[in-house]
Ligand binder design. Structure first.
Ligand code: GLU
Length: 469
């Protein structure tokens, strides 16, 4: 079978948004699944609106979600000579012609068409004239006048266009630059693209592109047009619905694998399965299971999936994702066993890395600040005895395992006659400053003996200091 070659061709006129990322993912997954090739192409022929910053932002976002490319990025702006060569081919074979119609003439054509209620179309004035090139002549494609052009779409089925609805569209402007549809087709041909998956906002471009493929005598790629992503009110996803850019989700504390899992599931299914690792997506992805109806972006679902991915990610790997969020909070954190054991206590309690970083703060603070109400309620002289007993018990403990800590607490309960809650809650406030935290045993395990004892001692001093007043 022919090697599958897909592409992602963003226009660099802004950041990579979630809809674009989903299109990129579909093409990337299909190429990876089929052991084919994935090409990145930057469609920057619109020089006015394309910027280097947007290119960089798109590349950064693709790298963050883990999409890699086998070829490219190619830049259309550097390929004008290729497009010219291909336009010449169509001129040579009589399938394109120079047109010198003035702006005024075109405007009149438009008006006339409107008067009779038709679509504004080029009327073919220069079609039969065999004009030579002039300074500002454009090149038009000699489109078929009758018959139909059928888009055989693997997602939507056949879509039939009447050729009479289309006109002799421009393929090269007066200044020598290619038009959008022409550049796309020349690129897809020269880059060997045989599978085109893109948003269904491009459906109307496809018949023109098909005509060009045929004019060049080239086989058509497989086309698939993916329904748009919608917001919760079923209108096309936009800023009104919340963050659109992929990197905004990174900054909110989503894991790249969770975001790709969510975006892929938004338009593709595999039975009822919701959770997929990246490798599983590659293994199971198929074009047949891309849905025909629009996906609705749901933040709650994305959060739930992110929580599941946080739970499923090994602490060492999670640490690398979490560190920037800790550093943002001026915490002196680094890779290693401490952060991994901290993560173990927080992984089941955090929906995002922001939340996890927030929850991890107390682990890194040398001097815990006690919440006022927590301190008032729980750091009272009556807890000095259990706190001191725990300090002693910890001295004799070799390993801070769950079992050992549980036994130590049972011992203290017996010695003091206090219930677990009466001991655990003051200990919690002593260790974290708060009344809500991860489980007491796992937390002590993560903090380690030295830190735990230092915090308990400080609480004892705090209580003694208070009661001396
Ligand atoms: N450059 C187009 C866009 O950003 C993609 C066109 C295509 O996939 O053919 O929407």
């Amino acid at each position: 079978m022919e090697k599958i070659i897909t592409r992602f061709p963003p226009s660099p006129t802004g950041y990579l948004h979630v809809g674009g990322a989903r299109t990129a993912l579909f093409n990337w997954l299909y190429a990876r699944h089929m052991k084919g090739k994935f090409i990145l192409r930057i469609e920057d022929t619109d020089i006015e609106r394309s910027t280097r910053e947007s290119v960089d932002a798109i590349l950064e976002a693709l790298e963050w979600i883990g999409i890699d490319w086998d070829e490219g990025p190619y830049f259309q702006s550097q390929r004008f000579d290729v497009y010219k060569k291909y336009a010449q081919k169509l001129l040579d074979s009589g399938q394109a012609y120079y047109c010198t119609c003035s702006r005024e003439q075109l405007e009149n054509m438009r008006k006339k068409a409107m008067e009779v209620g038709g679509k504004p179309k080029y009327d073919g004035t220069c079609r039969g004239k065999e004009l030579s090139k002039t300074d500002d002549s454009v090149i038009r494609f000699k489109a078929p006048l009758v018959g139909t052009t059928v888009v055989e779409d693997v997602i939507k089925g056949n879509i039939v266009f009447q050729n009479s609805e289309l006109d002799d569209f421009i393929i090269q402007r007066g200044d020598g630059t290619p038009t959008y549809n022409f550049a796309v087709v020349v690129d897809d041909i020269t880059m060997g693209i045989n599978t085109v998956i893109r948003g269904d906002d491009h459906v109307n471009n496809t018949p023109k592109q098909i005509m060009l493929f045929k004019a060049f005598g080239c086989p058509l790629p497989t086309f698939g047009h993916v329904p748009m992503v919608l917001g919760c009110d079923r209108t096309r996803l936009s800023k009104r619905h919340g963050a659109m850019s992929v990197t905004a989700y990174r900054d909110m504390g989503f894991l790249p694998d969770a975001l790709i899992n969510y975006l892929v599931r938004l338009g593709w299914s595999y039975g009822d399965q919701e959770f997929f690792s990246k490798d599983e997506l590659i293994e199971k992805f198929s074009l047949e299971n891309i849905g025909r109806s629009a996906g609705i972006f749901n933040m709650e679902k994305l959060l739930a999936l992110n929580a599941d991915h946080i739970k499923a990610t090994p602490p060492g790997k999670l640490a690398r994702h979490l560190l920037p969020f800790l550093r943002e909070r001026n915490l002196n954190a680094e890779e290693g066993p401490y952060i991994e054991s901290i993560i173990e206590t927080l992984a089941t309690r955090s929906k995002t890395l922001q939340e996890m970083a927030e929850g991890a703060m107390f682990y890194f603070q040398e001097e815990i600040e006690y919440e006022e109400t927590a301190a008032k309620k729980f750091l009272t002289p009556s807890v000095l005895e259990p706190l001191n007993l725990l300090l002693m018990e910890l001295n004799s403990l070799e390993h801070l395992s769950e079992k050992n800590l549980e036994n130590a607490f049972i011992k203290i309960m017996e010695q003091t006659g206090l219930k677990l809650g009466k001991i655990a809650q003051p200990v919690r406030v002593a260790l974290t400053g708060k009344t809500v935290s991860p489980g007491i045993f796992e937390m002590i395990h993560a903090l380690g003996k030295k830190r735990t004892q230092a915090r308990l001692k400080r609480a004892v001093e705090f209580i003694t200091g208070q009661s001396d007043l």
